[in-house]
Write a protein that binds this ligand. Sequence first.
Ligand SMILES: [Zn+2]
Length: 236
Amino acid sequence: MKNKSEKYKDSYSEYRCVKCRDLKFIIEDNTAIPCECRALRECEDILKNSGISDEFRKKTFKNFNYAYDVQTIDAYYKALSYKKNFKNIEKTRQNSIIFMGQVGSGKTHLSLAISNDLMDSGVGVLYMPYRDVIISLKQNIMDEEYYRKAIGRYKRARVLLIDDLFKGGISKSDINIVFEIINFRYFNNLPMIVSTEKSFDELVEIDEATGSRIIEMSKDYLVSVKGKRLNYRIYG
Ligand SMILES: [Zn+2]
């Protein structure tokens, strides 16, 4: 039985794909075969679920300005090489990349450039603005069911982009939440793209278990960016 709204939909133009009527498959000789719109819709879903804004979608390798110093150029090429290698290393322990450096060093731009590229090739990325997510998780920590579900998204996402890890004051419960996410991803070989203002040593100092796991996972792609860009702009 069709309800009213479904009847309404029967005019062809209401469907985004006329061929399959948005079912994403077509029945041929009693067999369901995937419709050609499927890949496109999956990419749209990936984008919708990523939490990446339109503004951040614009950050690409092409519009990254790396003409500042040697370190920035190096960071750019490491990011590019990570992206190119991603499918080969995805299921291994060393499958992550971390950008460490100050504000304005381009680390967020590069981590978004990788993410945007991965999403374009059908790999789901979940954006985790560290500070906001930690606050929201802590506010809901008493609601066990909600909390499990909310933190579960960050634990299980195919690729997790953590922006500004450990920004601001860090409490014991912040560390516990981060550890739960990172420990799960570590043992399940789930990749992360991390940007942080902390250095290698500071990460380990904040929490050894968390820091050492991030470093191990990003061993082949530890990127330091100094953020001298402002000076270069003045003198250049
Ligand atoms: Zn279709």
